[in-house]
Design a protein around this ligand. Structure first.
Ligand SMILES: [Zn+2]
Length: 296
């Protein structure tokens, strides 16, 4: 069951229309209770404020299944991402068996605890590699991203079929996505994510924006994006076949709507990549053929 987060006013950040726990230990405990068959890995070099950066992978991955990664919590003032990940695993347990789904729910632990965007030293948490030059790692990364760099091969092994990063846009009342790679190769996935993202919210208005680098937004999508994020690096350098950054709107939006939307997007991500592109279809076809044959 999804925890009653509205009942945790201690150590919380109150803003209009929302009360949300910023207790990392509480979040972690709830997360682990919801994922009993998962291995908990403390990523090396990842201690922040005496807490480890945590990475969760299935204890018994099925080699026939897709390897998908869901990440969040890069920006601490976007708490809807981590809570959406928790909501996904509590509401859609059955889907966890359909793929090897790994989770990196909170990268910026200090930010989560203090409702702050940047690292404790004010560094950007967004960019891991130099996308403008040669895609090498950025020098002088914050400790949290240094941790991802040190563990990049472990993370990459778990994201070969796709990675999604859950963000929120505190300036937007509309939903949108960044896609790495070409729309043509991701048409069904993009359609499914857009549909899930706009059950409650509308799209962010199409146009050219310069609030997070310059980007061209068309019908809720920034196509063929290049930006140096961790998901971009996994796509560009480490073999992830698909990569998405999801931005759910947070301006004047109810926290539970934001969480529900994020969880729905993750569900669509998993369902589309397992049923449309995965072996599940072949397995189902094979099974139904066998059943038909038996019935003859
Ligand atoms: Zn963000």
């Amino acid at each position: 069951m999804f925890p009653e987060i509205l009942e945790f006013p201690t150590n919380s950040v109150e803003r209009p229309n929302q009360v949300l726990s910023t207790d990392y230990d509480y979040y972690t405990k709830a997360f682990e209770q919801a994922l009993p068959d998962y291995a908990r890995q403390e990523l090396g070099y990842g201690y922040v404020e005496d807490h480890p950066i945590l990475f969760y992978t299935p204890k018994n991955p099925n080699r026939a299944n897709k390897n998908l990664l869901v990440t969040g919590g890069y920006h601490g003032e976007e708490p809807g991402g981590p809570w959406a990940i928790l909501r996904f695993i509590t509401d859609h347990k059955a889907l966890l068996a359909s793929a090897n789904i790994s989770f990196l729910p909170i990268v910026n632990i200090w930010g989560f605890m203090n409702h702050k965007r940047m690292s404790p030293k004010g560094k950007s948490m967004n960019y891991l590699v130099n996308e403008k030059t040669d895609d090498t790692f950025i020098k002088d990364l914050p400790k949290e991203l240094e941790c991802l760099k040190e563990n990049i091969n472990t993370i990459a092994e778990r994201s070969t079929d796709g990675v999604i990063a859950m963000h929120e846009d505190n300036t937007s009342q509309g939903f949108y996505l960044y896609l790495y790679g070409d729309r043509a190769n991701n048409d069904r996935l993009v359609k499914a994510l857009k549909k899930a993202g706009t059950i409650i919210f509308d799209f962010k208005k199409s146009g050219t924006y310069s609030d997070n680098g310059q980007y061209e937004l068309v019908d809720g999508l920034v196509d063929n994006n290049y930006d140096g994020t961790t998901e971009y690096a996994l796509f560009k350098r480490y073999g992830a076949k698909r990569a998405i950054t999801c931005e759910t709107p947070a301006k004047d939006a109810n926290i539970m709507d934001r969480i529900q939307t994020g969880a729905g997007v993750i569900k669509a991500f998993v369902e589309t990549l397992t049923s449309t592109f995965g072996r599940t279809d072949l397995m189902t076809l094979h099974m139904s053929y066998r059943i038909t044959a038996l019935c003859r």
